[in-house]
Design a binder for this molecule. Structure first.
Ligand code: AMP
Ligand code: ZN
Ligand code: FE
Ligand code: FE
Length: 279
């Protein structure tokens, strides 16, 4: 029997469309044996997913995706974390505070551009405690200011001006890796292509991060070209990093073109993490 997994998914605990339990249900339908729930900067969805996993016979790996400071899109995935670890909880608490502070500034920024969203509209799109840029995009679509989430990002939320003026404060990458390790987890460099640096710079970065406790690299990701995938596999081999992969599924309403993945991955590293199968 092959072991199929998706190690990169988002639930309503951050900016995904489906609740953690619904996500596990979709994984079951897809025939997955292992699902990692990796919400942005929060562990809040983990226990619901673990409990649903027990009911449905899907192994749920507690995960997280932390946004690091050094580049626009620089994400570190953590796997097998203890969701109750105080060091990680404190980092998440600070990240949530910085998101909330960004919400006010982003609303003002949009207002200046002629997009008069209210905090209530964005909160309604979020539904939960973590407010992410996709929720702003959804609120804009609902209001008819833009036709699609993509247009919202292209025009307002993923522009150089946004990053210069509005982007939230984020912890340095070393702190992200250290917090994942403090929680007994294994840290993986998410979707390396999104960092937006050349191969030589990425190799230097991977080597440096490996020296700071990074243990894996996300080689399999829907947007990676065959050449990129081959290069990341080469980096994994050279720097003794485990290979992870996943879809970055957020639900079709958030990312219309992304479906759950079903990857055959070696998950031998799982036994070295704080993951115990319980919650
Ligand atoms: P945040 O962490 O709130 O700043 O939002 C980051 C999330 O926004 C990412 O994980 C993606 O889900 C989404 N995102 C970022 N850039 C884009 C883009 N250009 N198009 C669509 N979604 C994006
Ligand atoms: Zn997201
Ligand atoms: Fe990401
Ligand atoms: Fe993600």
């Amino acid at each position: 029997m092959s072991i199929l997994s998706d190690l990169h998914t988002h639930s309503t605990a951050s900016d995904g469309q489906y609740t953690p339990a619904e996500l596990v249900g979709l994984a079951k339908e897809r025939g997955l044996n292992t699902l990692a729930v990796t919400d942005h900067d929060t562990v809040d969805g983990i226990c619901e997913a673990v409990l649903a996993g027990k009911e449905l016979g899907v192994r749920v790996l507690p995960g997280i995706e932390l946004s690091a400071l050094e580049y626009h899109t620089f994400h570190i995935l953590g796997y097998g974390i203890d969701p109750e670890n105080p060091t990680l909880a404190e980092l998440c608490r600070r990240m949530k505070a910085r998101r909330n502070e960004r919400t006010g500034r982003l609303l003002a920024f949009l207002q200046e551009k002629g997009v008069a969203l209210t905090a209530a509209e964005v909160e309604a799109a979020a539904g939960g405690e973590i407010i992410g840029r996709p929720h702003f995009a959804q609120a804009m679509v609902r209001r008819g200011c833009v036709a699609t989430n993509r247009e919202a990002f292209d025009r307002y939320l993923d522009t150089e001006e946004y990053y210069q003026r509005v982007e939230r404060g984020k912890p340095p990458v070393k702190e992200c890796i250290a917090a994942i390790r403090a929680a007994g987890g294994m840290a993986s460099l998410a979707h390396p292509y999104q960092i937006g640096i050349g191969d030589d710079a990425l190799e230097k970065l991977a080597a440096e991060l490996a020296g700071h406790g990074l243990e894996a690299i996300e080689c399999y990701y829907p947007k990676h070209t065959p050449e990129q995938e081959a290069f990341y596999l080469y980096l994994a081999e050279k720097y003794k990093l485990y290979i992870t992969g996943g879809s970055d599924f957020h639900g079709e309403k958030v990312k219309p073109d992304v479906k759950l993945a079903a990857l055959e991955l070696d998950l031998g590293w799982m036994t070295k993490t704080a993951w115990s199968g319980g919650c």
